[in-house]
Design a protein around this ligand. Structure first.
Ligand SMILES: [Fe+2]
Length: 188
């Protein structure tokens, strides 16, 4: 593991001992921004490899004792996620290379109506440049990430656990969304 990455991981180790998700995510957000802006995160070559069909998702680090994972996502031009949740897990996401468009949503109907449909309202849409990081703390955990550029982008995600599945919300008629479970795995 390159020095800068090991250093960042040591700082994340320290941050997750703060216990409170607000304090943890704020601290990690700062550490991530500092490390990216200092250009100290040199990721091994495999984290730069694109996948033709979708963004790539690779495990950078897992600490079972402290209960967190760090995942790198690599995005080709036009690649994006569906609207999704984070399985109730807090997360901090930083842009290491390129630029991302992040659209956050408020859940306004959690499938309680007769049709069991979900409804969302777009809350905001921001362009996240290199060195910026954002956090997400459930229940405010619904968003779409998209590569904003016509060249590759790379993001680093720190999760308060291991996200092995989440829900995606597929657009249906009349502004409704249908919820589906999506299993998540790591690419090589
Ligand atoms: Fe996400």
């Amino acid at each position: 593991m390159p020095d800068g990455v090991s250093q960042l991981i040591a700082r994340i180790d320290e941050a997750v001992t703060l216990r409170d998700p607000d304090a943890i995510t704020q601290r990690i957000k700062q550490e991530l921004q500092d490390a990216i802006r200092a250009r100290s995160i040199a990721l091994p070559a495999r984290f730069h490899r694109l996948r033709p069909d979708s963004y790539a998702r690779r495990l950078l680090h897992r600490n079972d004792a402290l209960g967190y994972t760090a995942v790198v996502m690599t995005w080709g031009p036009g690649q994006r996620t569906a609207l999704h949740d984070h399985a109730g897990i807090w997360c901090v996401e930083g842009v290491v290379e390129g630029g991302m468009e992040v659209t956050r949503f408020d859940l306004i109907d959690a499938g309680t109506g007769p049709a069991g449909a979900y409804r969302f309202e777009e809350k905001d849409r921001v362009h996240a440049a290199v060195g910026s990081a954002g956090s997400l703390i459930p229940p405010f955990e619904y968003h779409i990430l998209a590569n904003a550029l016509d060249r590759p982008s790379i993001t680093l995600h720190v999760y308060g656990g291991e996200m092995t599945s989440c829900h995606v919300f597929e657009p249906a008629d009349g502004g409704r969304y249908v919820r589906r479970e999506r299993a998540l795995s790591y690419d090589d």
